[in-house]
Design a protein around this ligand. Sequence first.
Ligand code: ZN
Length: 302
Amino acid sequence: MMIETRWTDSFPLMNGESASSFSLRLANFLTVRPEGFLKSAFGDPRSLAHAVHRHDRLEFLSDASGLDPVALSRAFVLPTDGSSRELAVLDFTLSENHLDQSVRRVSPLALSLDVAASTPPYHRITWCLRDLRFDPATNAPLISACDHCGRALTWETCSDPGTCGRCGRPLWRAAAPHVPMTQFDLFLCDLFHPNAAVRWDRRTKLASPLRNWPEGDLIDLLRALQRVQRLFPSAHSTDDAVGPSVIEADGSISEMLNQNIKAAGSGSSTAVTVAAAATMAVLKESPRPVAEFLTSLLVSRT
Ligand SMILES: [Zn+2]
């Protein structure tokens, strides 16, 4: 009986919900003046975007919601024990540059499924990922602007995770513009899928040294290869962006990485030196694990 009472008393965190969304829903539930609650929680009612980083307020939110702090910690972006720039989001390992809360991305389809299931429409923490254009659970497009008033969706104006803060449009009814999914989009959806079996199935297709790489490093690796590809666009017959198929074998990564140097090989030795130096410069800009891995695959020119 006691346990039952406690359960009904705690305010639920939805599956994969962000702390920004949870705090706002909790504030709306507890008080008619949610901005007062948010000010006590975070010091500034407008800092909801940053709430995902405020794990220092875990105890406050746990006390206010009656929710177990361990369960609630999954709503936050957490520093890992490793490198200081390494962050954990759910079961994923990323760094700050992979996150973007300057806009509020939502999937109208995911929100409509919440409403159909009679659960509150809420913001998923994976939607904070900068490169994600589709919801990993449904493969449906994410939007960051209201289809009714056309304004950008931001946390500053947000009064409910399911509606537009400017015009009140229920976003579960919003039309998402038709955006074709690229291989990169599909790869990201699999990589961040809520089901671990789907994630692992995709990882088994990767070149063996990459299968256990953190998600953030895999994104940075593809971005580095795309920058290498863009160095000398005239050297290639196609300007399609490097897709995930390139990182499915050591050989194809190496080929992509060295193609500018090889193409220059038919010209002067100066052209080869320039291509090699430009490729090295791209690698040096990349985060360390990516730079080290790619440098090891660079052809040695003695
Ligand atoms: Zn609107």
